[in-house]
Design a protein around this ligand. Sequence first.
Ligand SMILES: [Zn+2]
Ligand SMILES: [Zn+2]
Length: 219
Amino acid sequence: MDVEDLRLAVYRTFAHEGRAPAAVELALELDSSTEQIGDGLRELAAARHLVLDADGRIVMAHPFSAVPLGFAVMGTATLWWGGCAWDSFAMAHLLTWEPDLLVATRCPACETPHAWNVGRTGPPPGDQVAHFLRPAAQMWDDVVDTCGHQRVFCGEACVEQWLQRTGNDRGCAMDLSTLWHLASGWYTGRLERGYQRREPAAAADYLRSVGLSGSFWGL
Ligand SMILES: [Zn+2]
Ligand SMILES: [Zn+2]
């Protein structure tokens, strides 16, 4: 079995059905054993294409998530868990057959609901603030926890209130326009064969190109 076939099969199910495929489904589709699928999934997870739980089930294939992380994303006929703020905004750029996506969340500080129509032509209007807690160098230490702490707040006051209440240090706050630009090209090519994750230097160039800087991003 070609692991790139496996990667594409996982992404296809997430993209078109809004859920992670089970190992038995993948085994049928790729004419393999569930052991071979398990080995392939672990190889993809080691290369950070996927995140698996302790039982080897798929939890995330960025920007897709099989678990709730604070965002719901609705298309024409499909509903997804949105991953983090970055992932949720990225899905509109990756799922090009959808005209736009409805992204919904709650402010972690005060539970006010927020929703945007996110498309590919420009950032949605709104004066909310995205806040990422874990610095880039630590994002993969526990990436599910990291994504769970990349949220959108009503504004600066709610970010500050939440940081105080939870005893966390400030991470990186950005407006919706920066979030949208960050999300716009980050996952380009993930649904296509031969996708390669960015090398660190290319990732740094990309982050700079959307206006991010500073030690949080390792720049
Ligand atoms: Zn994320
Ligand atoms: Zn709030």
